[in-house]
Design a binder for this molecule. Structure first.
Ligand SMILES: C[S@@+](CC[C@H](N)C(=O)[O-])C[C@H]1O[C@@H](n2cnc3c(N)ncnc32)[C@H](O)[C@@H]1O
Length: 395
């Protein structure tokens, strides 16, 4: 990129982050800005967006610096190579730049000692114990990959289709494909039929679903996915526990419409649905006899902020309290309504103890649930999300 453009993009991105207040998702805010300012071509849009995203990846570190200086440091840290941006940096910085993130961090720390894991992610003391907090905090400087879950029957077809179209990919396991960040796959594959876009850790929740199969072999599964959104976990459960009947619900009717479209593409026809606010006292399971409840609870999403780094920047302690209390209300409301012998799979995409281990204690102590397995799914080493899952049974 020409020197003149690098500085121009930096100035535009700096103005944008000063205008942005976190209310809209950053992607939506940038889309709005670009559609109102048609002068930016597709490359400009890409560069300006990159700068804005990098800015938020630094979390709460180096907030005392002027916006453009902080943005340059963020860009330096987040980029494996600086080819397009050389004009922005002094020669010594360019010479010290390496593809290794740990070395880039050490170099920047020499000049800016305030760059630390705990300044990037100030809630490290809230993280589940088994999380390597330093690795997790620094993982926010790296954009996560896109992951596909291959659906049964397409184990060969999906990798073949990607190879044919020269799309770089890695096969994380038999059913999981990792693609470079920003790979758009809608034109490459039959999305939802052959493969589902689903993060690596989300796919690993399947391990706990397979566990119920081992514990209760031969069971005809009747599943209630009570926070179904557009059905990611339901499709996973359907694929692993077939033949299963599904009941799905969510507080938002609009997201259930998306689910219906996705189920259609996925070929899932045996299901019923309803909308319900799970915090409200009501009989949720009238006439429904279920033996597995999946509760992928609304949460802070703190394990996924590598994808939405603006949330790392704008998240507050009050929001953490809000989610922890929402999850408690949901659990306190639904668990008494399920029968003894029913499996309950509690999931969050959060790394916070308040949303994870504390909820397991509640399930055990207040609701006499037997905890069968808990897992902190550490995606941060794999450019994936981090999640939590606990499998319990009502005694
Ligand atoms: C983490 S998402 C579920 C993701 C989904 N299971 C998947 O795999 O794609 C949580 C969902 O809970 C829903 N939700 C939030 N508050 C709720 C409430 N009070 N009652 C029921 N659902 C709620 C949200 O609308 C959201 O779709």
């Amino acid at each position: 990129m020409q020197m003149h453009y690098a500085f121009k993009h930096l100035a535009t991105a700096a103005t944008l982050v000063q205008q942005y207040n976190g209310e809209l998702p950053l992607a939506a805010f940038l889309k709005q800005y670009f559609s109102a300012h048609k002068k930016h071509g597709s490359k400009d849009r890409k560069y300006i967006s990159e700068l804005c995203y990098c800015y938020y990846r630094l979390g709460h570190a180096l907030l005392h610096l002027p916006v453009e200086e902080r943005m340059k440091i963020a860009l330096y840290l987040c980029s494996n190579e600086l080819q397009s941006w050389e004009a922005l940096f002094e020669e010594t910085w360019l010479q010290q730049h390496t593809p290794l993130l740990s070395q880039r961090i050490s170099f920047v720390q020499q000049q800016y000692p305030a760059l630390q894991a705990g300044t990037i992610f100030p809630w490290l003391t809230h993280c589940s114990e088994t999380i390597d907090t330093t690795a997790f905090a620094y993982s926010h400087l790296v954009q996560p990959k896109v992951f596909l879950r291959i659906r049964p029957g397409y184990e060969q077809k999906v990798p073949d289709a990607l190879a044919q179209q020269n799309i770089p990919f890695e096969q994380a396991d038999k059913y999981c494909i990792a693609l470079q960040p920003n790979t758009s796959i809608s034109t490459l594959l039959d999305v939802n039929k052959a493969a589902v876009v689903q993060d690596y850790s989300s796919q690993k929740v399947g391990g706990l679903l397979q566990q119920v199969k081992v514990l209760s072999p031969g069971t005809q599964w009747r599943i209630w996915d009570c926070c179904a959104a557009s059905g990611g976990k339901s499709i996973l459960a359907n694929d692993l526990l077939k033949p299963a009947s599904l009941t799905v619900s969510d507080v938002r009717e609009s997201i259930i419409r998306n689910l219906q479209q996705r189920f259609k593409e996925a070929g899932i026809t045996r299901y019923d649905w309803f909308t319900a606010d799970l915090t409200k006292q009501q009989k949720l399971l009238q006439n429904r006899d279920v033996n597995l409840v999946i509760c992928d609870a609304p949460c802070s999403g703190s394990g996924t902020w590598g994808r939405t780094p603006e949330q790392l920047f704008y998240f507050t302690n009050e929001q953490l309290q809000h989610y922890a209390s929402l999850q408690q209300q949901i659990v306190n409301n639904i668990v008494p309504q399920i029968k003894a012998g029913t499996y309950f799979l509690y999931i969050t995409c959060s790394v916070f103890r308040e949303e994870n281990e504390t909820m397991v204690q509640l399930l055990q102590q207040k609701h006499a649930m037997k905890i069968l397995q808990t897992e902190v799914l550490k995606g941060y080493a794999l450019q994936a999300d981090s999640m939590f899952a606990a499998l319990c049974i009502k005694e």
